[in-house]
Design a protein around this ligand. Structure first.
Ligand code: FES
Length: 56
């Protein structure tokens, strides 16, 4: 499932980047570009980040 349509970033890519240690939203933005254009994906990306970091 695509999280960020502007940059074509999937939920899986986000989860992989989080697992690799990108534990802050700004890290994900720098690494993948998520949220760097229209910003509509930011709430979803933050929710995935919170969910994934809560697992660790
Ligand atoms: Fe992610 Fe537009 S959908 S920046």
């Amino acid at each position: 499932m695509y999280v960020c349509l502007c940059k074509g970033i999937t939920e899986r890519q986000l989860k992989e980047a989080i697992a690799e240690g990108h534990s802050e939203f700004m890290d994900l933005k720098r690494e993948l570009g998520v949220g760097a254009q229209c910003g509509k994906c930011i709430p979803v990306a933050l929710a995935i980040l919170a969910e994934e970091t809560a697992k660790n």
